[in-house]
Design a binder for this molecule. Structure first.
Ligand code: SF4
Ligand code: SF4
Length: 418
């Protein structure tokens, strides 16, 4: 790894620790360009500054004081999806995910937000902090949308939701279905924590209900601490690492207080964010699909045949962050009867990418388009994605039911116990 010389700074002031970290990672890049064709945002604009190599150069220039992060420069960095497809193919091992997170933290230190007017930036921060990352409030808003849909007012609700309306699913949202019994066995094999995130009472509620039922059916007791909060991913990827760290601390305390040392997470992006708890707090963090696949053969309940054609989407957080590209497929292969179909271009981000779907809806929709076309061609009974953000984004555009893998497993368990 190259060690930057802090005396070489253009303005002859010592580099901050953050700038040193940015330079250190950026200087690992040999500018070979292998990553560039794998970048979804580059594929849309064919502008070097919208690809990983260009963004690395921009970050290097900013950290060296050679480049001012004006609106144009900041926008090229802001539109990065943090999908880390570039990192996955990089032969030099550039830690691009860490680099762009540090870069955004550096941009957040600028006196005024360069990418959008101050009032608009404040609106999005308020929305994130007061609604999107608050489980109860988001759950209530989601229920209201469901009620309006039932009254035939879904279109009006989407218009009233302003910039969020485009991200809401058009098809009727159903309440979390009745799942397999969560009646606890007299002597469970163990107690495990269940992380349900800020979407656990809203768009992720059916997957959470399915996860509880599946964990119980495997003989374990799921414990859901009420004082768990958002995983912090939205803050971590928008230049606020201290806020994300505080959220991780609160979650660690909640699960420690619940007396569990294993945390099962419903959603791949939250798992990636919370996986740091393993090193910092000794909490074993597992995504629900991975945890289920790790069960011993004797722990598996009876499964019934599901006669579905399933189009499988693999989220970037599962493929590139957790490095588990096959877990959803392997879990679904364990359910008899399913016919698995691969959505074209699965390795390319669908555009949801946390808050990007709200901040850059046109980009998100252009990246989703080829996936929707592929889904239409496949004409599956159900689309499956292991991340709630991707599932909601796909559902907002597809005329199909979108579920998480654990929901199909729970359905198979229920059918076998009938
Ligand atoms: S993280 Fe994704 S969007 Fe960002 S530069 Fe890498 S490949 Fe492109
Ligand atoms: S990030 Fe890696 S693959 Fe991309 S240009 Fe740099 S060295 Fe090459």
């Amino acid at each position: 790894m190259t060690s930057p010389d802090s005396t070489a700074h253009a303005h002859h002031r010592p580099l901050t620790t953050l700038e040193q970290a940015i330079q250190s990672d950026a200087l690992d890049c040999v500018m070979c360009g292998i990553c560039v064709p794998h970048c979804p945002t580059f594929s849309l604009t064919h502008n070097e500054a919208d690809g990983p190599r260009g963004r690395i150069s921009l970050l290097l220039g900013i950290s060296q004081g050679l480049l001012t992060p004006d609106a144009d420069v900041s926008r090229h960095l802001d539109t990065c999806l943090t999908c880390r497809a570039c990192e996955t193919v990089c032969p030099s091992g550039v830690a691009y995910g860490r680099l762009i997170d540090n870069g955004r933290t550096r941009l957040a230190q600028e006196p005024a937000p360069a990418t959008r007017p101050r009032a608009e930036a404040r609106f999005w921060r308020l929305l994130r902090d007061q609604l999107l990352t608050r489980r109860r409030r988001l759950g209530m808003a989601w229920q209201m949308y469901r009620v309006m849909q039932r009254l035939g007012l879904g279109g009006m609700a989407r218009r009233l939701a302003g910039p969020m309306g485009r991200a809401l699913p058009r098809q009727l949202i159903h309440a979390a279905p009745a799942q397999a019994s969560t009646q606890q066995q007299a002597s469970p094999r163990g107690r495990v924590g269940l992380f349900i995130g800020c979407t656990g009472a809203a768009m992720n509620a059916p997957a959470v209900a399915a996860a509880r039922a599946a964990i119980t059916a495997f003989g374990y007791q799921p414990v859901i601490p009420g004082d768990q909060i958002c995983c912090g991913a939205m803050h971590a990827h928008s230049g606020e690492p201290q806020a994300a760290a505080r959220q991780r601390e609160r979650n660690a305390a909640a699960f420690k207080a619940a007396g569990v040392d294993e945390v099962i997470v419903v959603g791949t992006a939250c798992t990636a964010e919370l996986s740091a708890l393993q090193a910092s707090h000794g909490l074993k963090v597992r995504e629900i699909t991975e945890w289920l696949l790790g069960r011993e053969p004797e722990e598996w309940p009876r499964l019934s045949t599901l006669d579905y054609r399933v189009a499988l989407h693999t989220p970037c957080s599962q493929r590139n962050h957790l490095k588990q590209p096959d877990t959803s497929r392997r879990l679904l292969e364990s359910i008899p009867g399913l016919e698995l179909l691969e959505i074209d271009g699965n390795a390319r981000c669908c555009g949801a990418a946390g808050m990007q779907v709200l901040l850059y809806p046109a980009q998100a929709e252009r990246l989703r388009e080829p996936k929707l076309e592929s889904i239409e061609r496949l004409a599956p009974d159900v689309v499956v994605s292991a991340n709630v953000g991707c599932a909601t984004h796909l559902a907002a555009g597809a005329n199909r039911v979108v579920k998480q893998p654990v929901e199909l497993l729970a359905e198979s368990i229920v059918a076998a116990s009938d």
